[in-house]
Design a protein around this ligand. Structure first.
Ligand SMILES: Cc1cc2nc3c(=O)[nH]c(=O)nc-3n(C[C@H](O)[C@H](O)[C@H](O)COP(=O)(O)OP(=O)(O)OC[C@H]3O[C@@H](n4cnc5c(N)ncnc54)[C@H](O)[C@@H]3O)c2cc1C
Length: 484
């Protein structure tokens, strides 16, 4: 594999700048676009350089769920009561261990203003609360639970409020016409209207430094190298590192050999550039892990480890289940359900699921799955005994999803199924978007946002926190770079 060098270029080696600007932004996804808007509005000359042929990155592929709360107009219209304090308490539990409490506090306190800011950029939000288990809501809905707020263990500790705000996209189809594309369309248009210039097909490979200060970047366009000067600051907003198997193997081996939810440009280049300039990193082992079965099936089924035992309540956020299945069970999991569940999934989600094995006999399924004799039967016996009373003393699954299983059973073997992943770790930044060095001080002239950084989803994840912190802290990075 060819490794691009990331050691910063000393300014004394630069023979001439091909362009100069106040703020140079690397990457035109949600974080870069938000930084561009705020830097330009602060009066700075802004240049965005994007490696791909157009704006968007992973943002334009995304479901367009943005984690916002504290009593937004969408929440109020849906009859949801929420406060910044409840949002903080929830996120502190759900995104840990090791959340950045200063960032969390800023994010929760600023959430209402950030909603208004997005609306001010033209971003349309849907209306109506969607409560069915799914990754995305159908067109038209504006709000859903996206972090297990209404499930054990969080619902027992903090008043539950849905905070996944969904960008409205007519006739949306995951992967083809996504709500994330609609978000990006408005952010990119606002950035240009605010005066930011954009160049596509320009890949940034190294930072340029004057002493310990970052003063520009070296870029490559169709093989041609150039130096761009940033008089005030460089903002790295170039996504995560899920496309780089070498970095995955180094920092989070369990995330490797899965399916990237992102783009080829999530190659960690910006993180390495920051590190090479002295930046600290955080939570490099963390990742969002999509459980590879329809949430409508997962919530109703019994999820088993390799030994035929349950290990989590199936009705929590499917990304939390995904993390538990990947990081704690090494993907060695099975899903057990019955015909009634499959019919219900077909009725509500329109997608019946073909099991790997079908049998009336749990002993036969034990045999097929390599589970020790009697364990699966014990698991089902206990589950059924309590489910009949609407109880789950082991994992506290909600009564809404509890029903005794009956033969014929279907069992889905997920042991060889790749999970959808993206990385959450990255450069350590301050609440102002400054990149912090290994000794904790800001690196002069260097800012970052989005999945290039460790942000609100520090280890645990809730859908919407990536677009949420990318836009929120992207704004701050842009504003503070402009203020240098
Ligand atoms: C299918 C899917 C659904 C998702 N749904 C949601 C959701 O509903 N809610 C949510 O919060 N998150 C969701 N995510 C995750 C979320 O989309 C991303 O984590 C988020 O968009 C990252 O934003 P970003 O600005 O950091 O990176 P990106 O949007 O990826 O933008 C980074 C940009 O930098 C460019 N770039 C990379 N390297 C360089 C370089 N060296 N030089 C120049 N440019 C470079 C890239 O081409 C890219 O355009 C989803 C992701 C996918 C793929």
């Amino acid at each position: 594999m060819q490794i691009t060098r990331t050691t910063p270029v000393p300014m004394s080696d630069v023979r001439g700048w091909s362009a100069e600007t106040d703020v140079l932004i690397v990457g035109h996804g949600c974080a870069g676009a938000s930084a561009a808007i705020e830097a330009a509005r602060a009066g700075a000359e802004v240049l965005v350089v994007e490696a791909a042929g157009g704006w968007g990155g992973a943002t334009a592929m995304s479901g367009g769920e943005i984690y916002l709360g504290g009593g937004t107009p969408v929440q109020i219209a849906c009859g949801v009561h929420d406060t910044p304090e409840a949002m903080y308490d929830f996120l502190q539990m759900a995104t840990g261990p090791g959340p950045d409490e200063e960032k969390l506090a800023a994010y929760c306190e600023g959430s209402l203003e950030h909603f208004d800011w997005l609306v001010g950029c033209g971003v349309p939000f849907g209306a109506g609360l969607w409560t069915e288990p799914s990754w995305e809501a159908p067109t038209g809905y504006g709000l859903m639970y996206t972090g297990g707020e209404n499930a054990h263990p969080f619902a027992d500790r903090v008043p539950a409020a849905p905070r996944g705000h969904i960008v409205h996209m007519e006739d949306k189809r995951p992967g083809e016409r996504s709500a994330g594309w609609m978000l990006m369309k408005h952010l990119a248009a606002t950035a240009e209207r605010s005066g930011a210039s954009v160049r596509y097909g320009v890949r940034t490979e190294r930072l340029v430094v004057d002493g310990d200060r970052v003063v520009g970047a070296e870029t490559v366009t169709f093989g041609e190298r150039a130096f761009l000067r940033a008089r005030r600051g460089v903002v790295l907003a170039a996504g995560g590192f899920g496309a780089d198997q070498r970095m995955l193997a180094q920092h989070s081996p369990r995330l490797s050999r899965n399916r990237l939810v992102g783009t080829d440009h999530d190659d960690g280049g910006a993180i390495r550039m920051g590190q090479a300039a002295g930046a600290a990193v955080r939570h490099m082992d963390a990742g969002q892990v999509a459980f590879p079965a329809d949430p409508a099936l997962l919530f109703r089924s019994v999820l088993l480890d390799a030994h035929g035992r349950r290990f989590i309540n199936e009705d929590t956020y499917p990304g939390r289940v995904g993390q538990a299945a990947l990081f704690r069970q090494d993907r060695q999991v099975f899903l057990l359900y019955d015909e009634a569940i499959n019919e219900e999934v077909e009725r509500t989600a329109g997608r019946p699921v073909e099991p790997t094995w079908v049998s009336d006999d749990l002993a036969e399924l034990e045999d097929l799955a390599g589970i020790a004799s009697g364990v699966l039967s014990d698991t089902v016996e206990m589950y059924n005994a309590h489910a009949g009373k609407g109880e789950d003393p082991l994992f506290h699954k909600s009564a809404r999803w509890l029903r005794p299983l009956a033969p014929p059973y279907g069992m889905l073997d997920l042991r060889n199924t790749p999970f959808g992943i993206f990385t959450l770790g990255g450069l350590h930044t301050s609440v102002r978007g400054e990149v912090l060095g290994v000794d904790g001080d800001p690196i002069p002239g260097l800012f970052a946002a989005g999945r290039t950084t460790a942000g609100i989803p520090s280890w645990g994840y809730c859908s919407g926190t990536s677009l949420g912190d990318g836009t929120f802290f992207g704004r701050r990075a842009g504003r503070n770079a402009a203020a240098v």
